[in-house]
Structures are given as structure tokens and as C-alpha cells.
Design a protein around this ligand. Structure first.
Ligand code: AMP
Ligand code: MG
Length: 344
């Protein structure tokens, strides 16, 4: 299969833009189109078409017990996918505050929605992305889009169209290239079907922000699926978000430099993921990838950094830990998962 790349400026995005119209036609015919959201690129298919949804799992080589997020273009579209009776007030308060945005709500699934979208669970995960290209595509398609991150299963999520092609070229119909994503880590997944609601995956909306609306919300439950069972949240798979290289998380810059020397002494090649304030102490260390300053920039650049150092073929990637507060919770979670792959 030939994968087409359609470039679109985010401020030109509209449901009648020629690239969006062509992409929407692919979706309606049951095809796969990757598209930018504010978090990472998604791999979209018509969520109402079980065959199209099966194509997502195939292209990503994703296990069938790993449910997908359904993307909508308006809060009103949730009602057709999920049964809100009993939790309407909660859901609406969250939607009013955080949509469009990086908050995915897990809700009771309406039976009309293909079970494959939810990996057979009786719940469905829904969100409205805050990106004009994503919203234009959903509107032009006229259907909700099932869309997990547009990477091979277990690999680092894509934050540019090139990342998508690096993983999926030849396996999907098209990618809408709307430039790099702005948040850079995936959405927060919040389960509203339990009481109190529970965060299944930390992400772009922080625990502190959720607690302001839902004081009783429970923090991340470290759930890992038993073999053959549906995972309550795909982000809970410990092999998620992994680069090829070994990732080592250090407490501070001093430990980072010591670990680097130790790895080099073993004949291993080492790349560093650095924050701006570490550059001076690490100026003799090459190669490195600059994540930038502050948690927003670190989140935005993290996956590009992992991919860039992987592409250089280094054996080890070293990074210092971030505080588990605000967006740091999502960053720390992704770093821990990426490191888990090679440390056990
Ligand atoms: P990805 O977009 O590839 O990171 O994966 C899709 C995300 O969907 C996962 O991280 C899950 O958290 C979430 N998800 C999808 N459906 C459900 C569901 N029914 N229950 C819980 N989480 C879900
Ligand atoms: Mg993913």
C-alpha cells in the first residue's frame, strides 16, 4: 500500500479543505488516516465500522485486548457512543472544563458501537481533541474516529508526521501532516464508571486540574493486564512507549554524568536527554538531545528525543527524573515505562 502525505497548515484547517475532504473520503471507505491532535498523532478509522477498526489493530500490530479511544468533534456526539445515565452531571462538568482537550473519559459503551473498539469491554473511551485538523477531519468524515497513537505497538508515540511514516509507511492509507504536536504526551484517561472516578493513565490534563473539579478522584492505579484479558487502559501496558535503546533514569545531573562514564567504560555508546539547565554541566557530552526548559517543553520534546537518539543507534539513553507533579506525572510515567522494558 502506498501511504500518501497531505500537508495542511493548522490555521487553514476546515471541513472543506481539499486535503481534509480527501482524507475524510478515505475514512468513509473504511481506510486508515493518521492525523495530528494536540497530544500525539492518532491513527484514525471509522469507529462505527468494525472492519475499519480491525485495520487499525492490524497496521499497528496491536493486540486485540488493547482498546482504542474514540474521537468526537462535539460534546453532543458522546451520547450516541456512551450511556451517560447516572453519571451525566460528572461527565458534563468535566467536558465543560476540559474539552476540547487532552482528557479521555471512560464511559459505559452503547451496544451499537463495535465491541472491537473497546477490545470487548462494556466501556468506551471518548475524547474531543483540541486540534483544528483533527476536528475538521472528524466533521468532514461525519463519523466518530477510533484512533490510538499512530505508531507500531509498544513503540514511542509519534509527535510529527515523519514519526508516523517512520513506523507505518506502507501500512496506512494517508497521513495529514499538520506539523509537530504541542503537548507531546498522550491524554489523561479517567474512568468515570467507578466511584470515585480513577485516573488510568496520567496525561495532558493534570491530577491537580482534575481534583479541582472532582475532589475525590483517585490517582493512577498501576494495573497490568493478565494474559488474554482486556486491559482497562492500554497505557497500562508496561511495554508501552519504549525506545530500542536502554533507557536509564538518573536522580540528578551528578548521577547522570557518573552513569555515563560507567556505560562508556563498558564500551557502550551513550546519548543524553538534557534539560536546558543541564547543558553547562554536560557540555562535553555528545550526542545529546535538548528537551528544553520546564515541564511543558520536556513533554513536547520527549518522544522526538527518544526517537532521535534511537536513530543514532546509541546503546543507552540517560535522562534525569522529573518531579511527579503537574505534567511531570505524565512524563515520569512514560519514562518509567520506557525504562521498564530493558531493566527487568
Ligand atoms: P493509545 O492512544 O495508543 O495510547 O491508546 C489508547 C488509549 O485508550 C489507552 O491508553 C487507554 O488508556 C485508552 N482506552 C481506550 N478504551 C478504553 C476503555 N474502554 N477503558 C479504559 N481505557 C481505554
Ligand atoms: Mg499508544
Amino acid at each position: 500500500m502506498q501511504t500518501v502525505r497531505w500537508v495542511i497548515e493548522r490555521d487553514q484547517a476546515a471541513a472543506d479543505h481539499p486535503a481534509v475532504l480527501r482524507a475524510a473520503q478515505v475514512i468513509r471507505l473504511g481506510g486508515l488516516v493518521a492525523f495530528p491532535t494536540e497530544t500525539v498523532y492518532g491513527l484514525g478509522a471509522n469507529a462505527l465500522d468494525a472492519r475499519a477498526v480491525a485495520g487499525i489493530y492490524r497496521a499497528k500490530q496491536r493486540p486485540l485486548n488493547d482498546p482504542l479511544i474514540v474521537h468526537v468533534a462535539s460534546p453532543a456526539d458522546v451520547e450516541a457512543l456512551a450511556d451517560l445515565s447516572g453519571l451525566r452531571e460528572r461527565a458534563q462538568a468535566l467536558i465543560a472544563r476540559f474539552w476540547p482537550g487532552p482528557l479521555t473519559l471512560v464511559l459505559p459503551r452503547r451496544p451499537a458501537l463495535p465491541a472491537l473498539v473497546s477490545a470487548g469491554l462494556d466501556t468506551v473511551a471518548v475524547r474531543m481533541p483540541n486540534h483544528p485538523v483533527a476536528l475538521a477531519l472528524i466533521r468532514a468524515s461525519g463519523v466518530p474516529l477510533a484512533a490510538p497513537s499512530a505508531n507500531r505497538f509498544g513503540h514511542v508515540s509519534p509527535t510529527t508526521a515523519q514519526h508516523v511514516l517512520d513506523d507505518l509507511d506502507g501500512h496506512i492509507d494517508a497521513v495529514l501532516d499538520g506539523g509537530p504536536t504541542t503537548i507531546g504526551v498522550e491524554s489523561t484517561v479517567l474512568d468515570l464508571t467507578c466511584d470515585p472516578p480513577r485516573i488510568l493513565r496520567p496525561g495532558g490534563v493534570t491530577r491537580e486540574q482534575l481534583q479541582a473539579i472532582l475532589p475525590g478522584v483517585l490517582p493512577i492505579a498501576p494495573v497490568v493486564a493478565a494474559a488474554g484479558q482486556a486491559m482497562p487502559s492500554p497505557g497500562t501496558s508496561p511495554v508501552h512507549y519504549a525506545p530500542r535503546a536502554r533507557l536509564i533514569i538518573c536522580r540528578d545531573t551528578g548521577e547522570l554524568l557518573r552513569r555515563r562514564e560507567a556505560c562508556l567504560a563498558q564500551g557502550r555508546s551513550v546519548g543524553l536527554l538534557l534539560r536546558a539547565d543541564q547543558r553547562a554541566a554536560c557540555q562535553a557530552c555528545h550526542p545529546y538531545f535538548m528537551l528544553g526548559d520546564g515541564l511543558d517543553e520536556v513533554a513536547r520534546n520527549l518522544y522526538a528525543g527518544l526517537r532521535a537518539l534511537d536513530a543514532l543507534g546509541v546503546d543507552d539513553i540517560l535522562v534525569t527524573a522529573v518531579p511527579r507533579e503537574g505534567l511531570g506525572e505524565a512524563i515520569a510515567d512514560r519514562l518509567a515505562r520506557a525504562a521498564a522494558k530493558t531493566q527487568d
